[in-house]
Design a protein around this ligand. Structure first.
Ligand SMILES: C[S@@+](CC[C@H](N)C(=O)[O-])C[C@H]1O[C@@H](n2cnc3c(N)ncnc32)[C@H](O)[C@@H]1O
Length: 294
């Protein structure tokens, strides 16, 4: 891995982006997921605060458009974590298909990216919704025939407390940079006894970092918190939060952990979780800032 030469930050902007164009006009509503409320893809199609959406930075958008890297998460000390854009933009591979085989019922893919898992599930006639804070990722998923919503996992979501399976794949355990808060949020989203499938770092690591998306050629987004967890660390955090281990495996050089939610609902959620009011947005303006910490 070579050290990349970086210039100053670019402020991400939603203005006139191809992703925005792709999403306009949106279909009036997504088909209803059985047992789940209808989701209006048109709502919130523009970010309330573009600078709070670090994955909307141009390098990520550009990489999704071309389907190619190089793309990295870059720490301020120059440490680079390569992001596998080519694999994310390809069809689900054998390791992905093993994840999909284990999914149960209605599936929520958190941080779905360009949507290979959501679209593979849809092609199998299974119920799946992707959510992502990148317009380009959501547009890509919808274009491939998957259902996706431009929304942070920490914002109100359809079907809270009723999803049978939730996915945190390709390092998405790192979302928000606070595994406790993310696990707690996943517990709220899943049905009691629901299944969480998470991809972990294939080494024993448990770290919180400040990173930004960078292409290694000078373009970069804004800093945001991220976490990297190996299976032992995720198991430790999950057990403490009341999750039950439900299997771990490796495939294609990647490692995965399945966890079961508590059997009783742990959600303290608003009765109408699908209605996003302006006051709710104001209280939680940053998608990468968890609603509540433990
Ligand atoms: C490491 S990439 C994973 C890509 C993806 N799983 C795929 O198949 O291509 C992280 C993804 O999570 C999304 N993301 C980051 N923070 C998020 C949040 N708070 N809520 C929802 N998605 C988020 C990013 O926009 C990005 O698409």
């Amino acid at each position: 891995m070579s050290a990349a030469h970086e210039q100053g930050h670019q402020t991400p902007t939603a203005k006139g982006s191809p992703a925005t164009a792709l999403m306009t006009p949106p279909p009036p509503s997504l088909p209803s997921l059985p047992g789940h409320p209808k989701v209006d893809l048109g709502e919130r199609s523009a970010p309330p605060n573009a600078t709070a959406r670090p994955w909307s930075a141009d390098p990520y958008t550009d990489a999704l458009r071309t389907g190619r890297g190089p793309l990295y998460l870059r720490r301020s000390d120059g440490w680079l974590l390569p992001l596998e854009v080519e694999r994310w933009c390809a069809e689900a591979d054998a390791a992905d298909r093993e994840v999909l085989r284990r999914c149960e019922g209605a599936v929520l893919d958190v941080g779905c990216g360009p949507g290979r898992l959501v679209t593979a599930l849809a092609a199998q006639g299974r119920r799946a919704l992707g959510i992502d804070i990148s317009e380009a990722a959501v547009a890509h998923t919808v274009r491939l025939g998957g259902q996706a919503l431009f929304r942070s996992v920490f914002e109100p979501l359809p079907g809270e407390g009723r999803w049978d399976t939730a996915l945190l794949i390709d390092g998405n355990v790192g979302i928000g940079g606070n595994p406790h808060a993310l696990l707690r949020r996943m517990s709220q989203l899943l049905a009691p006894d629901g299944l969480l499938i998470a991809e972990t770092v294939p080494v024993d690591v448990d770290e919180r970092v400040q990173v930004h998306v960078a292409d290694g050629r000078g373009a970069s987004g804004t800093d945001f918190p991220w976490a990297r967890l190996g299976t032992p660390a995720l198991l430790r955090h999950a057990r403490r939060a009341g999750w039950r281990p439900n299997g771990q495996w490796a495939a294609g050089g990647r490692s995965f952990l399945a966890l079961r939610n508590r059997r009783t609902s742990s959600a303290a959620e608003p009765p109408n979780s699908t209605a996003v009011t302006s006051s709710q947005r104001d209280r939680n303006p940053s998608p990468d800032r968890p609603v509540a910490d433990l």
